[in-house]
Design a protein around this ligand. Structure first.
Ligand SMILES: [Zn+2]
Ligand SMILES: [Zn+2]
Length: 277
C-alpha cells in the first residue's frame, strides 16, 4: 500500500489550478498557492487567499486608513475654528480702535499672523503642519521686537502653542487627513484607541472613578463583565483589552469594600471628634 496521493487528488490553488496548494485560507478555507498566500497587517501569522485579504472585514487596518483618508479630523476643525475666531477678534478690535500706528493696533495685527497657516491647515496643505510648529515662536519673536519688556512672558505664552502643535503633528488620525503614509503599527494604535473593545476602557474608567465615588462601582463591574465576554483574540479583527476589563472589574469590586471598611469609619471618627467635643 502506498501512502502517496495521486497528483490529481492533491490540493490545487483555487485561482491557479496548475499550481499545488501551499495551505488554506484562514477565512474561507480555500486552497492557495505560495503566490496567493497573503498576510494581513495586524493579524499576526494568519494567511489568507488574495480575495479574502482584500475584504475590509479582514484587512481592517487598510479599511480604517481608507475611512479617514483625506477626511478632516477633530484637530482640523479646532484649528479652523481658532483661525476664524482670530479673524473675528482682530476685526472687532480694529473696528473699536481703528488702524493707527500705535503699539496696541500693531499688537492686534499680530493676531493675524497665524491666519494663513490656519487656513492652509484646514484645507489640508501639508506645509501648514510644519508651519504650525514655528508659528507661536514667530509670534513671540515679533511681539518681543515690538516690546522688549515682555520677552519672558511672550515665550512662556508660546510654549503651550508649540506643545499643542507637536501633539497634532504626531497624531495618526490627523496624518491621515493630510494623506500622509502611515505605518501598519500606527494604524493599529489608532484602531486600538477607537475600536478595540471600548467597553473595557469604560470599565477601567468607571473603576478608577469608583475609588473616589463608590456609586460608579456597579457600572464598572457591569462594563468589566461585558468587556470580558467580548474579548476574542481569534476574531477578525481581534478584540483585546482583557487586562483593562479585569482592572475595571476588580476596582469596581474592591472600592465599595474600601469605602465600607476604611474611608467611612475614618470619616466617622474624624467628624465625631470635631462635632462632639
Ligand atoms: Zn479566502
Ligand atoms: Zn494561486
Amino acid at each position: 500500500m502506498s501512502l502517496e496521493v495521486p497528483l490529481s487528488q492533491q490540493g490545487r490553488c483555487a485561482v491557479h489550478p496548475d499550481l499545488p496548494a501551499g495551505g488554506t485560507c484562514s477565512r474561507c478555507g480555500s486552497f492557495f498557492c505560495a503566490d496567493c498566500a497573503t498576510s494581513v497587517a495586524g493579524l499576526g501569522v494568519r494567511l489568507y487567499c488574495t480575495a479574502c485579504a482584500a475584504r475590509p472585514d479582514v484587512n481592517y487596518l487598510e479599511a480604517l486608513r481608507q475611512r479617514y483618508w483625506g477626511k478632516r479630523d477633530d484637530w482640523a476643525w479646532v484649528v479652523g475654528g481658532v483661525t476664524l475666531l482670530l479673524c473675528v477678534a482682530t476685526a472687532a478690535a480694529l473696528a473699536q480702535w481703528g488702524l493707527r500706528a500705535t503699539k496696541s493696533s500693531l499688537f492686534t495685527l499680530l493676531l493675524l499672523l497665524p491666519v494663513p497657516v490656519g487656513v492652509a491647515f484646514f484645507l489640508g496643505q501639508r506645509w501648514a503642519r510644519h508651519a504650525m510648529l514655528v508659528t507661536p515662536l514667530v509670534m513671540a519673536m515679533a511681539a518681543d521686537a515690538m516690546n522688549r519688556d515682555g520677552r519672558f512672558f511672550y515665550f512662556l505664552c508660546a510654549i503651550p502653542g508649540v506643545l499643542t502643535g507637536l501633539r497634532i503633528h504626531r497624531d495618526v488620525r490627523n496624518q491621515l487627513f493630510f494623506r500622509l503614509p502611515v505605518t501598519p503599527g500606527a494604524l493599529k494604535f489608532l484602531w486600538d484607541q477607537r475600536f478595540n473593545n471600548p467597553m473595557a476602557r469604560q470599565a477601567s474608567r468607571f473603576g478608577l472613578s469608583s475609588v473616589f465615588m463608590p456609586l460608579f462601582a456597579p457600572i464598572a463591574v457591569i462594563c468589566g463583565v461585558v468587556a470580558l465576554t467580548r474579548v476574542d483574540l481569534k476574531a477578525t479583527p481581534p478584540i483585546g483589552r482583557r487586562g483593562q476589563a479585569i482592572a475595571g472589574l476588580a476596582l469596581g469590586l474592591v472600592s465599595p469594600l474600601l469605602w465600607g471598611f476604611v474611608v467611612v469609619p475614618f470619616l466617622d471618627r474624624w467628624i465625631s471628634q470635631w462635632v462632639y467635643k
